[in-house]
Design a protein around this ligand. Sequence first.
Ligand code: SF4
Length: 432
Amino acid sequence: MTNKSPYLLYSDGKGNIFEDTSLYATGRSGWEAYEVPAEDWIELPEGGSLYELPGRKGIGVDVRTGEMRLCDKGWAVAAFIPPAHTGLYLAAYETTPGAPTLPLFCYTAAGWLNEKFYVPAVRIEKDIRQECAGYDDNVIQGGVKHIMSAYPNNRLLRHLSQNCCLTYHCPAARNYFSGRWECPVPTSPACNANCVGCISFQPAEENIVSTQDRLTFKPTAEEIVEFTVPHLQTAPFPIVSFGQGCEGEPLLMWETIRESIIEMRKHTSNGSININTNGSKPGAVKALCEAGLNSIRVSTNSAQKHIYERYYRPNNYEFEDIVESLKVVRGYGGWTSINYFVFPGMTDSVEEYEALRKLIRETGLRMIQWRNFNIDPDWYLGKIGIHETGEIMGIRQLMELIKEEFPELKYGYFNPPMERIKGNFEADFAHY
Ligand code: SF4
């Protein structure tokens, strides 16, 4: 919280960032720029970074006149806020003709005040599993060496170590090779959706690239079980998570995943077995629940069918299927979350609020993971055909209203371990 609005930031296009003390920073929601309430600004959390936005001019409030106007001193600046925090406003700017599409990161508003960077955001998750200060490269390198010498022929571990951990610096892979918490298990080279902002595959005709390459082989159940059983048996707060950013849709590999879960549970009842998925195949989800699946996280940009399908561009499934998958897991007593891509101006529209209430009621949803949407805002709205955005509630107010109506519903950013699912969810997990 600040006692006054931070100043707008701009860049010289060479990576140098400056404050413009003639303008207060604003925030974007949908296609509009707004003054950000003072209570919404927090210091940029550790692990956050700043981006200069080529071909874009920042929108600010003139400190003398109170009028909104463009900053002509340089390019606009946005913040990439670290996991566990949800952005309340996007960076506000005007895009000049010919400006390049921005890569697949989140673009939260940012400002400068009292020698510090500020962002409009909330810490939504207590769990510290992806705090950048919590990673020790020596421990990670040692873990990679130890595990790869134990399982030299395991293709999946080779992918997780060489690509995910050492190249993409995937936080989940780095935790696995540190012997703790959530272990990622990608399995699928293919997908039955065509998301506009897919992070593992972008068509050649698009002028942005995916942030990681999609898995190119189908692991066997033996390769999966070989390293997941020891993880469930030995890691603190263990989770095994199918469905990662470096693959397509895991439900297309449900038979292999089912076989793996059955085998894992023969060896240990420890931990949580979770699947991050687009939720497209409720029948497959049912088979995985019968095999012992504990938790599901269904990704979505919206609780509205038309907004969802314009973004996911599904092959042979519909929005109703993802709703059914959540109901199936709930029916088996499993933990259900949505991986909710937060886009100010869309997520907090009145229509979305009503649809979200309906989704929570219909599915008995247990948790919302309020994730920042990693996508160029203009490109996203253009691709899903949204040329003007209506009345907005504000992301913070949306969160408060939903919590008021559904007090048992949990908020966070990460899949919870069994200790939180079965135990005191709100317990202080600061010191794992
Ligand atoms: S569901 Fe996942 S893998 Fe499939 S297109 Fe969408 S983002 Fe990509």
